[in-house]
Design a protein. Structure first.
Length: 347
């Protein structure tokens, strides 16, 4: 099948993996964001709490030197900063590309309730048109692949790959760059060998589906998991093994036409996610840019420092900038403890 021409999606994809930069994943659903806010607030989280925390992140001076794009949720892309500036406009003014999460969540797979399939294709063409008008220039769709006894099934991988490919084709039709995110979960006691095998199986099926749907690989970003030991595995692979195994896995299955790979943190600590990214870039020799698209790894510490208090905004922003700088350095293969990137809060 002849693929479509990437057009503007290729330029956006390359800007998303610009040298020394990565993506802030601030696309948590309202329910998920409330669960993260609840432990640090004295009251039940509200829409204003969600808006205020996102504004804190989006107005951090200097973050644009390390952050190329920000993935937003449907509520967030329609919100504005306290001065009335719509968030997409605010981000654009800093040179940060606004993006949007467009899937509607992972639901139990019929006939295999321990597995999930991501939904959201119904009405997606029209939603993409609206999001483009609101300022989004890239989108994200996440599929989740669980490892367990007899899992994943081929059916689970197939249906998720097909949905990812249809989503990506619709995005490119709308002039929006798709982030293709097939996440092999780190939940479980499986070894790094098992994760490697499942990740390769998944990515092979995903790329076959993308080609079948006429998706231009030059105009996508891949957002995969790293190849890791299951979080309950008795033997945890060290940083160098994770880096080497992840790169070997990707070299076997990801076409060089893909401009960039932005790893998800997938439940790793901010320190581990940064160390693994730095180690991979230090090895070098890959045909694609290796970057980051982190949510919790960039937001957990700022959220803890903020705690819903305006007096803590500067300290929270300082910690976000510190983490963004550390991951920007990891793009060049440099890893230092985050404290060495500390930024003093504004007076």
């Amino acid at each position: 099948m002849t693929t479509t021409q990437p057009g503007p999606t290729e330029a956006t994809a390359r800007a998303m993996v610009a040298e020394g930069k990565g993506i802030l994943a601030a696309d948590e659903s309202n329910g998920t964001m409330d669960k993260r806010l609840a432990p640090v607030l004295d009251a039940r989280p509200t829409e204003e709490d969600r808006r205020a925390f996102r504004e804190l992140m989006f107005t951090t001076a200097g973050a644009e030197g390390h952050i190329s794009g920000a993935i937003l949720y449907d509520e967030t892309i329609r919100q504005s900063a306290s001065d009335g500036t719509p968030f997409p406009e605010l981000l654009n003014a800093q040179g940060i590309i606004p993006g949007i999460k467009v899937d509607t969540g992972a639901k139990p797979l019929a006939g295999s309730p321990d597995e999930k399939v991501t939904e959201g294709l119904d009405g997606l063409r029209e939603r993409l048109e609206e999001y483009h008008a609101l300022g989004a220039r890239f989108a994200k769709w996440r599929a989740v692949i669980a490892i367990g006894d007899g899992l994943p099934t081929s059916r689970c991988i197939d249906v998720n790959a097909h949905a990812l490919a249809r989503y990506a084709a619709l995005c490119q039709e709308a002039g929006i760059t798709p982030i293709v995110e097939p996440e092999v979960l780190m939940d479980g006691d499986h070894t790094i060998d098992t994760c490697d095998d499942v990740t390769q199986r998944t990515l092979r099926v995903v790329f076959a589906a993308l080609v079948d749907q006429g998706v231009a690989l030059e105009g996508i970003i891949l957002k995969p998991n790293m190849v890791l030991s299951g979080k309950d595995c008795g033997h945890q692979a060290d940083v160098q093994e994770v880096a080497a195994r992840t790169l070997l896995c990707l070299r076997r299955v990801v076409p060089p036409a893909v401009p960039g790979i932005t790893f998800l943190s997938g439940g790793q600590s901010d320190e581990d996610a940064t160390a693994h990214l730095a180690a991979m870039n230090a090895i070098g020799g890959q045909p694609w840019e290796l970057s980051f698209s982190y949510g919790r790894a960039l937001q957990a510490t700022p959220l803890e420092r903020w705690r819903g208090q305006s007096a803590n905004v500067a300290a929270a922003q300082a910690s976000y900038l510190e983490l963004a700088q550390a991951n920007g350095a990891a793009r060049h293969g440099h890893h230092q403890p985050a404290s060495e990137h500390a930024v003093a809060p504004a007076a």
